[in-house]
Ligand binder design. Sequence first.
Ligand SMILES: C[S@@+](CC[C@H](N)C(=O)[O-])C[C@H]1O[C@@H](n2cnc3c(N)ncnc32)[C@H](O)[C@@H]1O
Length: 472
Amino acid sequence: MVTDEVAGSFKPAKATSGIKVADLDSESALTHRPGKEQVESTREMAEETIPLLVPQAKETIGDYEFGGKGGGWLAFSSLDFVGTTMASPSLFLQTSSFLTRFTQNPSPPSRQNLFASRHNIRCCSISATSSSSAPSKAFEIPWGCEIESLESASELQQWLSDSGLPPQKMGIERVDVGERGLVALKNIRKGEKLLFVPPSLVITADSEWSCAEAGNVMRRYSVPDWPLLATCLISEASLMKSSRWSRYISALPRQPYSLLYWTRSELDQYLAASQIRERAIERITDVTGTYNDLKIKIFSKYPELFPEEVFNMETFRWSFGILFSRLVRLPSMDGKVALVPWADMLNHSSEVETFLDFDKSSMGVVFTTDRSYQPGEQVFISYGKKSNGELLLSYGFVPKEGTNPNDSVELSMSLDKSDKCYKEKLEALQKHGLSSPQRFPLQITGWPLEMMAYAYLVVSPPDMSQKFDEVR
Ligand SMILES: C[S@@+](CC[C@H](N)C(=O)[O-])C[C@H]1O[C@@H](n2cnc3c(N)ncnc32)[C@H](O)[C@@H]1O
């Protein structure tokens, strides 16, 4: 699983900015969410999330490995924020009005009047099987597109091939799973390498910003990759056609499917029985904290480079939603994280195991098919061996019931406090980094060996005390 690697990968080398890192993680089951007016959503968030803006403890599920490591899509990030940053209620409420106010051209290349036109946007739906993504009116991010309309897809393809993407055996089309995806245009063999996206078309923390000055400021503050990329994406998006990434950004969803858009009451209601409820709250908290931190430490000091009309909670919700659902970790580039246009049109299937990586021989981002495809069939990769909850948390969808062999639920086990050997057993657990209670993930295909050892320890009689240490 990518989980822990990711959580560990984004600690800033130097903390010159004073920005800290919180580990994010995720896990299990879920339900359905109805469409709702986004304006109302955000207002509710303003009212309801404030008492929760305290980082939660890291859950343990990410510590267990079921599958091969592999690379691929990131499920979690480490975001930066200092301490327990509190969001101001007015911050959320203001966004509704300032989105219509923006008229400045703060710095060259000029940002256009981004927020002048209003569009209705779709609310996030969470199920691959559900087509009930009720329309919703929301804060209108004035970039991106409605993915089901395929608007911008052909322009993206044209721009990519003009910019060095070699001819492809796949095209962007409407699909049954994931709404929009890459579909085979020709026969594709098992074991074939596909994509070959050159590094010049990949966005990483090292990429040049169209507004170089803004990029330089962020680097001067040693902002770590995730918040840096989130800010970069907004900066590029706000420059519209003056950005070299404008064709890419125009093809991104105007509202990514993401739990970041759920209100507190929706999380409570639809994830009531799920352990990911807390993780979702934690994630929303961290994104909010990260934005507030950047605002206090950097944006407020350079308002001409980072005007609040552009760099605000709503645009950060969008950019983090995009990163959570599209950022890739490339194992062959020392785990570097990247947005890979074109490759990020691939949807996930738990029936394949192949993932994206940088191929040193062809100098491009590729994946190798682990099955064949006929023309017209959707081509998939794996976002990792993730539970339904993890998929919901990062990508905003849940696979069709019963189709995800990696789905899991957590079982909590603990020592009996009245056990005569309670103290010795607890010490044995602690030696191995375990605690009481301790949560273990259960999958349909099995459970961690450690869980069995834990269970044996719990029931072991005192005359087995010599063996308590064998808990692992
Ligand atoms: C990397 S993007 C893939 C391309 C995306 N379908 C698009 O049109 O932009 C990841 C997003 O695709 C959708 N997605 C990917 N795999 C899916 C699946 N198996 N079922 C439903 N939605 C999926 C989710 O909305 C997810 O956030």
